[in-house]
Design a protein around this ligand. Structure first.
Ligand SMILES: Cc1cc2nc3c(=O)[nH]c(=O)nc-3n(C[C@H](O)[C@H](O)[C@H](O)COP(=O)(O)OP(=O)(O)OC[C@H]3O[C@@H](n4cnc5c(N)ncnc54)[C@H](O)[C@@H]3O)c2cc1C
Ligand code: SF4
Ligand code: SF4
Length: 819
């Protein structure tokens, strides 16, 4: 452990939500690395700025929204200098300088200065009674005004303006909202949803003047009114400007750091000076600035990792969704919903229920969603939007939501905002809405995982997850579904499948414990989700070097047979291309007799399945089959299963090529290869397609002039025809392309992600480019596939039957007679 003298000095400018979230994550990652000093210009500890709206509305107190007490800073050895403003960063001497002139040195500096409200340059803007809505002081001023005055004008009909207006109305003021455009919250809502929102707010007593342009703020000692461009004047004792925010970049700019709209940062949240980081609303990343906390928390995580000297995480930008925190109004908006020639819309409007839904699609994927009145499916749409799911198979019913797709997304209840506190949200654990809301506020929860840990809600069957996310969003606003753009592999880590693969390669990690240690796994040994995935990634990355970890495989793969519902197993010997011989058939029949195997069945993939084998008989069954020259058909494997063929030109009147022969060649070349999920092939001798090649992971349809190669089909839980990849002239090219395609899938697919899902995720064109167009790349992929086959084409049955590998797995427990 480094002592205080040798620790590096980290100075944080900004005691707000992004800066302190970074410090919190940093303390988890590397608690002893830095001596931390935080400067905050506000005279308070760190508080939840989002909840200023409920404080204004009288639903919460300032104390309720404190996130970290001063004791927390003390307990963690952090020096908090609240109420102290930094005036200058001296990059030459690596010091920050306070307004009072104190100098504090840093080794690393984090700028998290947030943003400032835009104050329109109107005559009268500096009069007492004209304010923004940003901090506790603004709320105090508004509360004070509401006890002494009557009329308030809020300029700006966006999220912040409406929340301010709602709060002031609840405090008893007459409120007029002035908006430049004719749609409220136009950045989040379309015209119809904006109209419905306006109607609901009017019913509560809010007055709107829109479209309208404010020309001047009137008054001499204090504001008395507002004049508009059309000449109308209305009385006002308080004017709140909520027309937008501007990243607070002054300090950074003065220090010579490169700024545009915000402080420009890299994917590791570093400014142009590598010792200086920046996060939060003051930042501009890939041309984007953000004004909601979910993306800022993503940034904080990456920044903290980097500060902790674990530089493998990067920030790729965020997609955000929005909720309005006005009690009783259900509104959700996410993504891009501006009209466009390349977009399609699905709209549902039920005027009498006040429900409106608009889903915007591009290239079969959701790119935007606006929901009003019934927002229960918001998180579900948002998840698909972030994941880039191809939704064409559910398009017809998409607008009716997850419950109508049998997706178990939620119970179909709606309007979480209107639910009373004692409404049960989580049936499994009996958790009510009020309990969840209280936990979110009191325990400062931000994510669905936090809520699960503290209340148990959504921790069992998960069918209430949508509702719990709604409660989170409704309580905190914005998106808190804890499903950042990049999904973590599982609860044991914050890292995604792609992160894990990249880190394994870049750092030459060769064992599961090494990966977990390097990537700061949260659990000591991982779980049933991440262990098999890491095992596969290591196997696929280091063929011949990595020793497969049997304990990280599911039961079917551990015992090299499929477990059936009565605890017996099924055994499928490999029959190349579906072709067999009388000797093989005799051996199968003999094995069935000898071991009293009750069922022999032909599978959909043209193989013979021996069903009902006792676990302890497995090695003997394999031994007999091996003696007849048969090896494991890998019917249990996340690997190559079968190559189904038709009889082709050898026998069929229509056959244009030798489909059976090609199927045999493909199977002999590819058997034993491990893949992210199972892979099935088929070869048909002509477009009559008797081998059903167009619903397989990879299918070949022979034609007069050559071979059409298709892939990404499925005929299981989802049914999907294949995509056409390319057409080639020879068997050699067919084999090369299929092996290259499989290798690309092995290198990019996430564990358990079927080939068609991988294709959806990375895109058909990208795959075609790498496997078909770029010939050098194709050959390199083929080379890597062929290389790894040297190590994987060994029959797991033989090792266990003849050499007794893993014998203990197949030995029954002794039956002891109790006296
Ligand atoms: C009323 C309101 C409601 C909101 N509702 C939502 C919502 O529903 N959902 C949502 O996602 N987001 C919401 N937001 C936005 C959210 O609060 C911000 O995105 C988030 O707080 C920004 O975090 P930050 O750390 O970048 O900035 P801040 O939290 O603003 O922190 C910046 C801190 O830096 C300090 N500082 C600035 N300059 C200096 C200096 N020179 N020296 C020392 N200290 C300095 C400031 O005093 C401030 O405390 C809301 C914001 C407001 C104001
Ligand atoms: S796919 Fe064509 S070649 Fe193959 S069996 Fe059917 S008709 Fe014959
Ligand atoms: S289709 Fe279903 S029931 Fe039939 S074998 Fe497959 S998993 Fe079992």
């Amino acid at each position: 452990m480094l002592d205080k003298v040798t620790k590096q000095k980290l100075v944080v400018i900004g005691n707000g939500m992004a800066g302190i979230r970074t410090v919190e994550v940093l303390l988890e990652r590397a608690p002893d690395l830095y001596d931390i000093t935080v400067f905050g210009s506000e005279p308070y500890g760190n508080y939840n700025r989002i909840l200023l709206s409920p404080v204004l509305a009288g639903e919460k107190t300032v104390n309720d929204i404190m996130l970290n007490t001063e004791q927390w800073y003390e307990d963690n050895g952090i020096t908090l200098r609240k109420g102290e403003m930094i005036e200058m960063i001296d990059r030459r001497t690596c010091e920050v300088v306070t307004v009072e002139g104190a100098r504090v040195p840093y080794d690393r500096l984090l700028i998290a200065t947030g943003s400032n409200p835009i104050m329109l340059p109107l005559p009268g803007k500096d009069l007492p009674g004209v304010i923004g809505f940003r901090d506790i002081q603004d709320v105090e001023r508004m509360v004070h005004a509401s006890t002494n005055y009557k009329n308030a004008v809020v300029i700006g009909g966006g999220l912040l303006g409406l929340e301010a207006a709602n709060g002031l109305m609840k405090r008893g003021m007459n409120v007029t909202v002035v908006h430049l455009l004719d749609t409220l919250m136009e950045r989040q809502l379309d015209q119809v949803a904006g109209g419905l929102l306006r109607k609901s707010l009017e019913e509560r007593g809010m007055v709107f003047k829109m479209p309208a342009q404010t020309e001047a703020i009137l008054g001499t000692d204090r504001v008395t009114g507002v004049r508009f461009a059309d000449g109308e004047e209305i009385p006002a004792d308080l004017v709140v400007m909520a027309v937008g925010i501007r990243p607070n970049v002054e300090l950074a700019r003065k220090a010579g750091l490169y700024c545009e709209r915000g402080i420009v940062v890299s994917d590791t949240m570093q400014t142009y000076d590598g010792r200086i980081y920046a996060v939060g609303e003051c930042v501009q990343h890939r041309r984007q600035t953000y004004g909601l906390v979910a993306p800022l928390f993503d940034q904080a995580k990456v920044c903290a990792n980097h500060l902790a000297m674990k530089g493998f995480a990067t920030y790729d930008g965020s997609v955000v969704s929005t909720k309005l925190k006005v009690t009783g109004i259900d509104l959700f908006s996410a993504g891009d919903f501006a009209p466009g020639a390349d977009k399609e819309e699905i709209v549902m409007q039920d005027a009498s229920r006040g429900v409106y839904k608009r889903i915007i699609l591009r290239d079969k994927k959701i790119v935007g969603a606006v929901l009003y009145g019934d927002t229960i499916d918001g998180p579900w749409y948002f998840q698909h939007l972030r994941d880039g799911t191809d939704v064409s198979h559910m398009r017809e019913r998409l607008v009716f939501g997850a419950a109508n797709l049998g997706d178990g997304g939620h119970s179909g209840k709606n309007s979480v905002a209107a639910m009373s506190d004692d409404t049960e949200i989580c049936g499994c654990n009996g958790v009510c809405k009020g309990t969840i809301v209280k936990a979110i506020s009191e325990k400062k929860l931000f994510t669905i995982d936090d809520v699960r840990a503290h209340t148990k809600a959504s921790s069992s069957c998960g069918s209430c997850t949508g509702l719990v996310e709604q409660v989170l969003a409704f309580t905190l606003g914005g998106d808190y579904s804890a499903a950042p753009k990049v999904k973590p592999m599982c609860a044991c880590t914050d890292h995604s499948h792609d992160d894990a693969r990249r880190v394994i390669i870049e750092n030459g990690l060769k064992t599961i414990p090494d990966v977990m240690k390097f990537m700061d796994w949260k659990t000591p040994n991982g779980c049933h989700s991440c262990r098999p995935a890491l095992n596969y990634y290591l196997l696929a990355t280091w063929p011949g070097e990595y020793r497969d970890d049997q304990q990280s495989r599911y039961i079917n793969e551990r015992v090299h047979a499929n477990i059936q519902k009565d605890g017996t197993y099924s055994v499928v010997p490999r029959m190349w291309g579906g072709v067999t011989t009388p000797d093989e058939l005799r051996a199968i029949a003999d094995v069935a007799d000898k071991f009293n195997i009750p069922t022999v069945k032909v599978t959909g993939g043209q193989r013979i399945d021996l069903l009902g084998v006792k676990k302890e008989d497995l090695p003997a069954v394999w031994s007999d089959l091996n003696k007849a020259g048969m090896v494991s058909g890998h019917a249990y494997a996340k690997g190559l299963r079968t190559v189904k063929t038709c009889v082709g030109s050898e026998w069929c009147r229509f056959g244009t090529q030798d489909s059976t022969g090609l199927g045999v060649k493909l199977e002999k070349f590819m058997w034993g290869s491990w893949t992210p999920a199972k892979v099935k092939l088929a070869v048909s001798g002509c477009p009559r397609n008797c081998a059903e090649a167009t619903c397989k992971d990879v299918g070949v349809v022979c034609v007069d002039s050559g071979y059409e190669i298709h892939f990404a089909g499925a005929a299981g839980l989802h049914i999907k025809g294949t995509e056409f990849l390319t057409k080639v002239a020879t068997e050699e090219e067919t084999l090369e392309i299929i092996a290259a395609l499989t290798q690309l899938y092995r290198e990019q697919g996430w564990y358990l992600e079927r080939m068609y899902k991988w294709c959806d995720r990375v895109g058909l064109d990208a795959i075609r480019k790498q496997v078909v167009d770029d010939i050098a790349n194709r050959k390199a992929l083929f080379g890597r596939f062929a290389h790894s086959q040297q190590f994987s084409q060994s029959d797991p049955w033989a090792a266990r039957a003849e050499r007794g590998v893993d014998r203990n797995e197949f030995t029954p427990l002794a039956e002891l007679e109790l006296a």
